[in-house]
Every structure is written in structure tokens, then in C-alpha cells.
Design a protein around this ligand. Structure first.
Ligand SMILES: Cc1cc2nc3c(=O)[nH]c(=O)nc-3n(C[C@H](O)[C@H](O)[C@H](O)COP(=O)(O)OP(=O)(O)OC[C@H]3O[C@@H](n4cnc5c(N)ncnc54)[C@H](O)[C@@H]3O)c2cc1C
Length: 447
């Protein structure tokens, strides 16, 4: 098929949709890009990895877009694993300094560039429905309907499109939300460089950055359950958690809080299907990362380029090109999950706080469950009533008192398990028992 006659509709003008559109345009496809907003909403995600420069170069995006809508990020400071600040200086990064973006201005400037290179851009146009047609899809919008041969779903982490397939976006274990507040500096002076501060606390972690406009953005990442159980307003909860921090609180001291506070979901997820013969997903619509990785935007740019390459090859006759694209994303997600778990595992200060306990236990399951049936278990903290109470709330399937008594009687793991099953009248192995033993070890009751 001749590229210019092949019409491709892209839903979403975030980094992933824009990168896909530009690369497809370079292949001479007819691209129609739909963006629901006019970039006047608050967008979170400000830290852009240094290597993004190379992706933007590949896309032939003018350097002025990044220069005019960002400031250099001099370093990443993190208090993670202990209360001291560790510095990750940009000078040690082979790609140089990273960037603090003024989003949504950056996204908006990229879209403007799309227009300038001849992409058919429809701003403030929300795709409300898609219907299959013999040769592609009909897209219904709040303005007029359009028909396209192929759809690219770049509508972000809340994507609702499943293309007639059974596409679900599967959570990768944890729930995570970000509660973001904007603060103003007393003198509202603009700055020409900034740094990123990451600090863990007992209920989650903080992410704070001052952006070019003199504003400071501070997000507390936590589990939705911790927030709802507090029964506090967003504002009170955010302030309450700030009291648990050291460095974040100090950095926020000279800023005035505004009323801008909002919650966003931030858990990691991956779609159960990423492509079909007439559609594919890109960016957060395909897979989204924990903000800890600071990699959502660069991932969107890279995936956009790969998606366009794959679609080009597919149309040129490579029947496997889209499948290969999906495989690549699945491999990437596996690698990402392992890195993320390893990072959460570095924090040991609050092992019996739900936020960290869940993540570290899950990390152990994936990376190294250490207890085997022939492990000899030694009780090192027998005065552990509070810890047992905590564990009962985390794994209600298990009677932890009985399990501890079983270990006292039978130190070999397999014997302790047999005794526990007898004592609780269970005939079959309870799969949560291995988590329970690992939990004892994680929070220092056995070794
Ligand atoms: C709290 C938090 C902090 C983060 N911090 C960082 C960070 O520091 N660095 C980083 O790299 N990443 C960060 N991220 C992640 C990053 O913001 C995203 O990964 C990135 O924006 C994804 O790009 P995208 O193009 O896939 O989707 P999005 O940027 O979400 O863009 C999707 C676009 O689609 C449009 N759209 C949606 N539905 C429709 C529709 N029906 N019709 C038309 N248009 C539609 C939306 O308006 C939007 O513009 C953070 C995320 C969170 C939640």
C-alpha cells in the first residue's frame, strides 16, 4: 500500500503520541493526531532523562523546544535507605545533565511542531468512540467523525480503548498514588537550574522539584489505602506526611503552599494485548512505570519511534513487525520490574509499615525467596507481639501465633509447616505460608 494513502489516527498528543506522529510523518504517512485538551491542565512528570536529547534529535525536533521549556537539572538528591542525602551528580552521567520540564508547555510546543511539519492536528478533540469498519476504524469525536485505516492509542495511563479485543491493563502488584501540591516561592523569582529531591518516609516517598517558573512541585507517593484509612482531607494528609520528612520539609520551608492539590494514580501496569492488525498501543497506554524511575517521558518518546518503525515495516510486508514490537515492550517491562523491585528493596527502615512491607515481600518473591523446606529457622525476637499483630493485618489468611509456636517446636521449615497445618486443621498446603515465613524473616522475628 502506498504510504500517503494510508491514514493513521493517533489518539493523544502526549510525548508518545507526538513522537509516533513525527516519525510516521517522516515515513510519509498521512497522520491525524487528536488531542482532547488544549494543554491548559496540570500535568505531572517534570524530570526528563538526559538521553532524551538523542531521541528528540532522531525525530529532528528543533533544539529550541527543549531549551525554551526546561531548565537543567544539576543533580538528583536522594535520602533513600537512610536519612542522609546521596548525590547523583549529572556530571557522572554519560549523557550529561537531565532536564526539569515546564509541562504542559513542553507537550504543547511539541504538538505545535507537529502542525508545522504538516501533521493534521486536532486540538480539543476527544475521541469518544471507535467502531470497526471493513478497512479500518470510524472515530467519533466531540466535533466530526473520521475514518482511518489504523489507530494508534497514545491516550495515556487511563486509556479506555480495547479495539474489540479483551485488552486489560494489568496492575503490576502494587497500588500507588501521587498526591501533588504546588507551592510558590515568596519572591517568585525564576531560576535557571534546579535539582530533584527524593526522600523516603514510613508511608511512602516524596518527590520535589522547583520548575522554571519559580514554582515548586512536591508529590507524596503512597498507597491509596493508607490515604483512605487516614480519613483526612488530601491537604491534611499531605501536611501530616510532610511532618515525617526531614529534607523535603526543609526545602519547602521558604515556599508558600497554594490550594492546587490533586491525586493521580501512579501504579505500574501493562496492557494484556498491545497490538492487533489495525491498531497498536504506545506510551502509558501500553505500559506505565512507577514515577520512581523518572522514565515515563523518555519511554514514551522511544516507544513512539519503535511503534512507527514497526508499523512502517508491517505495511511494507513484514507480517511479524507488530508482534516483535509487542515482544520488545514485554521484555522491557520485565527488566523495568526487576530494577524497580531492587530499588524498593534498598529501603529497610520501615519493614513493618504496610507500604514497605508489601513492596519488600513482593521483591523477595520475585528476586530471591530465601526459605526452602529444609531451612533451619531460628527465632531471634520472641518478644514480638506488636510485629505479630501487624502481620495478622497484612496476611489475614495466616494465624501467625500458631505459626510461631510451630517454629518454636520444629525449627526445620517443612516440619514447622506440617505442624501448623495439623494445628489449624488444614489438609492442603496454604500457599501463603511461604510468604508468612518470609515475612517473619523480613521483619526480624526469625533468621
Ligand atoms: C505523579 C507522577 C509523577 C511523574 N513524574 C515523572 C517524571 O518526573 N519523569 C518522567 O519521565 N515521567 C514521569 N511520570 C510519568 C509521565 O508523566 C508519563 O509516563 C508520560 O506523560 C506518558 O506519556 P504518554 O504520551 O504515554 O501519555 P500522556 O502524557 O498521559 O498523554 C496522553 C494524552 O492523551 C490525551 N487523551 C486522553 N484520552 C484522549 C481521547 N479520548 N481523545 C483524545 N486525546 C486523549 C490526553 O489529554 C493526554 O494529553 C510521572 C507520572 C506520575 C503519575
Amino acid at each position: 500500500m502506498n504510504s500517503p494513502n494510508f491514514k493513521i489516527g493517533i489518539i493523544g498528543g502526549g510525548p508518545a503520541g507526538v513522537a509516533t506522529a513525527i516519525k510516521l510523518k517522516q515515513y510519509d504517512f498521512k497522520v491525524i493526531l487528536f488531542e482532547a485538551s488544549k494543554y491548559d491542565q496540570i500535568t505531572v512528570g517534570e524530570h526528563l532523562a538526559a538521553e532524551a536529547v538523542h531521541e528528540l534529535k532522531k525525530l529532528k525536533v528543533p533544539e529550541s523546544i527543549l531549551r525554551d521549556h526546561s531548565i537543567p537539572c544539576t543533580e538528583v538528591q536522594n535520602a533513600w535507605g537512610n536519612s542522609e542525602i546521596h548525590y547523583n551528580e549529572a556530571i557522572f552521567n554519560p549523557f550529561g545533565e537531565s532536564y526539569i520540564l515546564s509541562r504542559p508547555n513542553f507537550d504543547s510546543a511539541l504538538l505545535q511542531h507537529c502542525k508545522e511539519i504538516g501533521i493534521d492536528v486536532h486540538l480539543e478533540t476527544r475521541i469518544s468512540k471507535i467502531e470497526a469498519r471493513t478497512l479500518g476504524w470510524k472515530l467519533s469525536t466531540n466535533k466530526e467523525d473520521t475514518e482511518v485505516h489504523f489507530i494508534i492509542d497514545a491516550s495515556g495511563r487511563t486509556s479506555k480503548f480495547n479495539f474489540g479485543a479483551i485488552v486489560q491493563r494489568k496492575k503490576v502488584q502494587d497500588s500507588l498514588i501521587g498526591i501533588t501540591k504546588h507551592l510558590n516561592s515568596e519572591h517568585l523569582q525564576s531560576i535557571d537550574r534546579s535539582h530533584l529531591l527524593v526522600e523516603s518516609t514510613s508511608n511512602g516517598w516524596w518527590y520535589t522539584v522547583q520548575i522554571a517558573s519559580g514554582k515548586l512541585i512536591s508529590t507524596f507517593m503512597t498507597d491509596p489505602k493508607i490515604f483512605t484509612q487516614s480519613k483526612m482531607s488530601q491537604n491534611d494528609f499531605w501536611n501530616d506526611q510532610l511532618e515525617n520528612s526531614i529534607h523535603t520539609k526543609a526545602r519547602l520551608d521558604s515556599f508558600e503552599q497554594t490550594n492546587d492539590i490533586f491525586i493521580q494514580s501512579a501504579h505500574s501496569q501493562i496492557a494484556t494485548q498491545i497490538q492487533g492488525n489495525t491498531w497498536l498501543k504506545v506510551g502509558d497506554a501500553a505500559q506505565s512505570f512507577d514515577p520512581l524511575s523518572s522514565a515515563g517521558i523518555i519511554k514514551g518518546l522511544k516507544m513512539g519511534i519503535s511503534a512507527a518503525d514497526a508499523l512502517h515495516d508491517f505495511i511494507q510486508g513484514d507480517a511479524n513487525a507488530l508482534l516483535t514490537y509487542e515482544d520488545k515492550i514485554r521484555d522491557q517491562h520485565k527488566e523495568y520490574k526487576e530494577k524497580r523491585l531492587a530499588y524498593y528493596q534498598q529501603e529497610h527502615r520501615w519493614l513493618h509499615a504496610p507500604f514497605w512491607y508489601q513492596r519488600i515481600l513482593f521483591a523477595k518473591q520475585i528476586l530471591n525467596f530465601s526459605i526452602t523446606p529444609i531451612s533451619r529457622l531460628t527465632i531471634i525476637d520472641s518478644n514480638c507481639k506488636d510485629k505479630i499483630l501487624f502481620l495478622n493485618t497484612q496476611l489475614p489468611e495466616i494465624n501467625f501465633e500458631t505459626l510461631l509456636q510451630s517454629i518454636q517446636l520444629y525449627p526445620l521449615a517443612k516440619d514447622a509447616i506440617t505442624n501448623y497445618q495439623k494445628a489449624t486443621h488444614q489438609k492442603q498446603m496454604n500457599p501463603w505460608l511461604i510468604y508468612a515465613l518470609e515475612s517473619f524473616k523480613t521483619i526480624g522475628i526469625i533468621e
